[in-house]
Design a protein. Structure first.
Length: 248
């Protein structure tokens, strides 16, 4: 398998923390978010890792040099979004191996090897790591684990809506980690900067489904704000999480 780390965002919600460095190089538990993501992918078996970069891209290029062989940075002159970034990297990622795509700003104890094994056991267009949690744009997942769309986007009614024919659909939050089938990155539809999940759902209309992988009670945290970074540091200090659990 190969891996991609989405790290081109501006990190504006982190304020002064990202004024002079990219979000990927913000530290938590004594390590940068980028180094945690790279090691997690490598331990799962990624032979090649692509990192997209835009904000303070030169710093990410320098950090990638220290990460060792097999790590490549693709600098985006204009931010391409999660979907555009993956499509831009398609030629480097190749079309013969599945690709684990990992947002740089999420921490989790999810086993990427288990995620890839689940994908290989039931191949699909993409396997998304999800959890039952609060989110502003929940995905709608049916009883078979297929993602049917998003609640509120005309695909499914909001959960619990009176008389809803979609009562069998459950709402879940996408956790920023997924496995793409070989060659899918290069076929993502969209123009300019676009969402990888929305693009996948469009692509799934005419072929294999997008499926959900429930992370259950595994630790997961999006580090997009100073408050969440502080929470992660508290979790390290209390022993709730440690570096080994996050990269294993």
């Amino acid at each position: 398998m190969n891996g991609m780390i989405l790290a081109a965002g501006l990190g504006t919600r982190l304020g002064e923390l990202t004024a002079r460095k990219p979000k990927a190089l913000v530290e938590v538990g004594g390590r940068t978010l980028l180094s945690l993501a790279v090691e997690k992918l490598r331990r799962a078996g990624a032979r090649r890792i692509v990192i997209n970069a835009h904000h303070h891209a030169a710093q990410i290029v320098n950090a990638a040099r220290d990460a060792g062989p097999g790590v490549e940075v693709m600098v985006e002159e204009k931010i391409l979004g999660t979907g555009g970034g993956a499509r831009n990297a398609a030629a480097v990622l190749g079309d013969t191996e599945p690709v684990v795509v990992h947002n740089v700003d999420v921490l989790s104890t999810l086993s990427l090897a288990a995620l890839v094994d689940a994908f290989r056991a039931a191949p699909c267009l993409s396997l998304l790591a999800v959890q039952r949690r609060e989110t502003t744009r929940p995905l709608a997942v049916d009883e078979s684990g297929a993602v049917r769309g998003r609640f509120g986007d005309g695909v499914a009614r909001e959960p619990g809506a009176s008389g809803s024919p979609d009562s069998e659909l459950r709402p879940v939050g996408f956790n920023g980690i997924q496995v793409l089938a070989p060659g899918v990155a290069g076929r993502l539809p969209g123009e300019g900067a676009f969402s990888i999940v929305d693009s996948l759902l469009e692509l799934a209309r005419g072929g294999p489904p997008v499926r959900a992988f429930d992370m259950g009670r595994a630790y997961w945290l999006d580090l997009g704000t100073p408050e969440r970074l502080a929470r992660a540091e508290e979790d390290f200090a209390s022993g709730k999480i440690d570096g080994e659990a996050l990269v294993g």
